[in-house]
Design a protein around this ligand. Structure first.
Ligand code: FAD
Length: 411
């Protein structure tokens, strides 16, 4: 045991995009921040497609010049391809957003996450190579973290602990708050190809979604160096049955999906097939006295709308704003730290409705846009991530005419 004498204002568990962003904002606001990251960066991570609404946050983090100078493919649109191979017209983000904000990037996460964490360091954040074993509580209140590994047992005190540990869900597991979302039971398997077909012009960086029969889909995300990320998401019983052979299931589905296999005709797969049988979860409680969860440490629903990184950065910025106010006022209660949560959950609720709509076999976006042309702009707003603090009542009412709303989250 070696408790540090001078406590930090903020201890962040995890140096992924959420943790790096929250620490950057809080350090800039004058707070002493430490980030604990257990992995040696650059480390591999899935989640490569940004949505345009991250633009403002990347701007406020000061990262836009680096993104513009990067070799990450620029993404202007999303396109859906039916199981029969019929392609929708691309949903260009420029239909609802003007100028530079109408484009975003497909990122190689090892590189992107290093950029984010370096930016945190440049903004005065201390980054330590260490795994957090657990959060220290005095009564119900978080007062710091206890480390694992080389400094096993070291205690680091902080006035606020931010859990940004991604799917690790440090606090969620410690307090037994994490639960699988049974209404969004999906499995996934993915891998990488070199030499997959790229579309011409501004469509070269688009995300293409290939639907497969039975409600599953593939992502096709062009990355730097002629690499494409290709992954399938589907019902676990359909995709894997009782087997856990991800590679077999993945290769079978690639071969069955005609539109996709045509794009991969001259491509070569490399690296392992990765994946998981269960994607969706949430924590029943996401903040408390002295602590708050952000990014995937809060919840993860489904990768269909590529909203993970946006929600990671968005929740980081919102939580940082509340933590800043809480630290300055000397009141780090759950009410202060979690003041952003109702608006965020409402936005996540809209994304969740769209996820359910997507998996409803009676529903399709092209059909929705045809029946409710006046809602096409709202649909694109949702696809770009512009859902927090927005009135989308008319949009969700139109959606309800084509697909029933889901029950309560976790219900
Ligand atoms: C199949 C799939 C496809 C996806 N596709 C997309 C997509 O196209 N677009 C998109 O935006 N999102 C996508 N996502 C989601 C995206 O990957 C996540 O939302 C995003 O990475 C969340 O960022 P984060 O910072 O919260 O967590 P992470 O990026 O997971 O970062 C958490 C960090 O915490 C560290 N850590 C964990 N535990 C500890 C500990 N105890 N001590 C110290 N460090 C710790 C980890 O090493 C890690 O570096 C996808 C997810 C999946 C599963």
């Amino acid at each position: 045991m070696n408790p540090t004498s001078s406590p930090y204002d903020v201890a962040v568990i995890g140096g992924g995009p959420a943790g790096a962003a929250a620490a950057t904002f809080l350090s800039r606001a004058g707070h002493r921040c430490v980030v604990f990251e257990q992995a040696k960066f650059p480390r591999y991570h899935i989640g490569e497609s940004l949505i345009p609404h991250t633009h403002g946050i990347l701007d406020r983090l000061g990262l836009l010049p680096k993104m513009r100078d990067s070799h990450f493919p620029v993404k202007h649109s999303v396109r859906f391809v039916s199981p029969e191979g019929t392609e929708s017209t691309p949903f260009y983000f420029s239909e609802t957003i003007e100028g530079d904000r109408a484009r975003t990037w497909q990122v190689e996460r090892g590189e992107f996450d290093v950029m984010m964490l370096e930016n945190a360091r440049e903004n005065g954040v201390e980054v330590r190579d260490a795994a957090v074993k657990e959060v220290i509580f005095e009564g119900d209140r978080a007062t710091g973290v206890r480390l694992n590994g080389a400094t096993n047992g070291e205690e680091v005190k902080a006035r606020v602990v931010i859990d940004a540990s991604g799917r690790g869900c440090t606090i969620g597991r410690q307090l037994g708050l994490r639960e699988e979302l049974k209404d969004l039971r999906k499995a996934t398997a993915w891998s990488y190809y070199r030499g997959g077909k790229r579309l011409p012009g501004i469509d070269a960086g688009e995300t293409t979604m290939f639907m497969i029969p039975g409600g599953g889909w593939f992502w096709y995300i062009p990355l730097p160096n002629d690499i494409v990320s290709v992954g399938v998401v589907a019902d676990p019983d359909y995709l894997l049955g009782k087997s856990d052979n991800l590679e077999e299931a993945y290769l079978r589905e690639v071969a069955l999906c005609k539109g996709l296999s045509a794009r991969l005709a001259n491509a070569e797969r490399f690296g392992p097939v990765r994946g998981s049988r269960q994607l969706a979860y949430r924590n029943r409680q996401t903040c408390g006295d002295g602590w708050v969860m952000i990014g995937d440490a809060r919840a993860f629903l489904d990768p269909i709308y590529s909203s993970g990184l946006y929600l990671a950065l968005g929740s980081a910025e919102l939580a940082a704003g509340c933590a800043d106010a809480a630290l300055k006022s000397g009141d780090v209660s759950a009410a202060q730290l979690g003041a952003f949560e109702p608006a965020l959950w409402e936005g996540v609720g809209v994304i969740r409705r769209l996820i359910h709509a997507f998996y409803d076999p009676q529903f399709s976006f092209p059909k929705f846009a045809e029946r409710f042309p006046e809602q096409r702009a709202a649909l694109i707003d949702c696809l770009i991530g512009d859902v927090v603090g927005k009135d989308l009542t008319a949009f969700t009412a139109a959606l309800e005419q084509m697909t029933p709303p889901p029950g309560p989250l976790g219900g």
